[in-house]
Design a protein around this ligand. Sequence first.
Ligand code: GAL
Length: 420
Amino acid sequence: MNAINRLAAVVALASLLPLNAMAADNGTVEVLHWWTSGGEAKAVETLKAQVEKDGFIWKDNAVAGGGGAAAMTVLKTRAISGNPPAAAQIKGPDIQEWGALGLLTELDDVAKANNWDALLPQKVAQIMKYDGHFVAVPVNIHRVNWLWINPEVFAKAGAKVPTTLDELFAAADKLKAAGFIPLAHGGQPWQDSTVFEDIALSILGPKGYRAAFVELDQDTLTGTQMVEVFKTLQRLGTYMDPNRAGRDWNIAAAEVINGKAGMQIMGDWAKSEWTAAGKVAGKDYQCVAFPGTQGSFAYNIDSLAMFKLKNENDINAQNDLAKVALEPQFQTVFNQNKGSLPVRQDMDMSQFDACTQKSAVDFKEAEKGDGLQPSMAHNMATTLAVQGAIFDVVTNFLNDPKADPATAVKQLDSAIKSAK
Ligand code: GAL
């Protein structure tokens, strides 16, 4: 190859490289998150594409592990060593804890220029602010209290879509008798507690749920209804696949999608897997409120908190990410893939599938009364320390089929006390 041909080859190769690899350093934004399942990775890809289109470099820091416990450990290590990423998926009350450490940057300029206060529900805007300043940008609203159903499996088993806990057990019996796994589940603490909180919402109602997991009210935590919650969890456990230990939530979702199992209790990120598999809401699968929680909406808001940076270009990239996250185009495509509701109030919901449309209606309904409650299992209701204490008790209980519900309630109470 002569010199001219070599040069031509280099130029041709360069044209194949993605734009970001060639871009002058306009700034890099490193994003730490745990969206690694097929469907969720597709959703986050839309954010990356937009940031790159704006001329910045996206440095992906995806830490596998549903619910984010592993990602939070990585984040803490990075922060302690004085090297936090530009943005990290931090949610709910935890935003206040990071804010108090003085590590988060104020996003007031972006927020003002893009009218965030008017765009966001007030409750959501409040969560994103530390000391009156925006320090995080929300991307969506997930609902946690869902039951996902494969209607073909239900039809084969002669099972009816449940609306009460009794009907849930009746459906599970039918599925079991027909040789299906009634309830797909992954034995990981956050998944166990997702089921636990749905049962609590069903049995205690939204006010009791709030008393237990937001107010940490001792009477509620130790009451007879809480014993009932553990009893119900234990009974549901007998319908879960015994090989569930350590299984990721998306693998459990795949069991329902592939017709091996009939149902999954999971937040609506589960829908991202159905969507990625090309399945249509309301036809190939059904989403119903977890039995007994109709009218309630346990919310889980994903948000990216922004850390203080020094480099001017990187700050520009960070601001771009914050701006893009609330733009209508991104809100549409991201949430179509993620399974969640757009967090903007002014979106055209006809672009979303039947489950998301139902979620939007249910959100508005729940908002009118006490129905709207923060998810304990997804870092929205309490500190990570208290949440960790609840996770331990719930998972130990579920892993021991002979465990005593009344004892579990006492353990829950003392674990919460020492974590407070
Ligand atoms: C939640 C998060 C969701 C989803 C889920 C499974 O905590 O808010 O976006 O990623 O974990 O990992």
